[in-house]
Design a protein around this ligand. Sequence first.
Ligand code: NDP
Ligand code: OXD
Length: 312
Amino acid sequence: MRAPVLLYACFGVDPRRWSQELRRALPELELRLWPEAGDRGEIDYVLAWNHPPGFLTQFPNLHAIFSMGAGVDRLLLDPELPAHVPLVRMADPGLAVFIKEYVLMRVLHYHRDMPAYEQQQRARLWRQQPPLETRQRRVGVLGVGQIGGSCARALAELGFEVRGWARSARELPGVTVFSGAGSLPQFLSGVQILVCLLPLTPATRGILNAELFVQLARGAWLINLGRGAHLVEADLLRALDSGQLAGATLDVFATEPLPHEHPFWLDPRITVTPHAAALTRPETAVPRLVENIARERSGQPLLDLVDRAAGY
Ligand code: NDP
Ligand code: OXD
């Protein structure tokens, strides 16, 4: 019997560390690195990222497509994505750890008035801002799945008053979870720091807009780590100008890299990071891939399957 074949086709991601880790963890598997795909009919699995539209149609015998990223929005935009091949999102526990660090860093930055101190420093102004206790600060997390859920729990452990929003009801220790579109206004009311960790789907595209901002506490802060297309950029600038929002931290953008002339770069109210809150690393990501390939080979249901109709 021939060995199963995994094709690494992650465009723009250096394959060296991945191939080392994959070969170590899956010695019984034959690993091929795009563009050295060999006989297309022999490819059983693809680890994919940023492939050109239609790329996957050349592999007629795929058993599963594994996304290198947690977000599969770009994969799902491929109009020729093979319809009947299971699509698996990345559930790398390392991603959740890095995003949690980033969220804690920015929430504490806003909570402890660092934007005001940075301004004061530039003006050589010595003025103490009375700190609030964490329990006096309401933080909302849009999307409390694998990553958002771990952030919400960590914020609750620090004592913040944490709300989460998801499609379906769930229990998260220390977090009040609201579910469904109808509960969004209730979730948003009084939120002072809003974190977005939603997947980009038809239901969530453009969700960070004027209508949403106005439902937050006045002078709220926004932290967007989901996708750039969640945010209506002009509405953010208007909300900052009106004082409805005090500031924003953005890691993801509608156009990446953020164009050189984009106003966000030099806006002192906005912190820009280059989609770097977390990166999938082979050390933490490969074990889940190994588990899923073993499951597929023994006819068990795959973990982390994408619901194509829901878009994530
Ligand atoms: P999950 O699928 O585990 O969680 C998604 C969460 O969003 C779930 O709680 C889900 O609800 C909720 N959700 C989805 N659609 C809706 C909706 N219409 N209304 C309300 N809630 C909704 O994903 P992850 O936590 O793994 O990742 C989330 C996103 O984070 C990724 O899709 C990606 O865009 C982004 N990301 C960004 C990174 C970065 O570096 N900036 C790195 C990694 C990911 P339910 O639980 O009910 O299904
Ligand atoms: C992801 C990302 O989706 O890095 O994993 O944004």
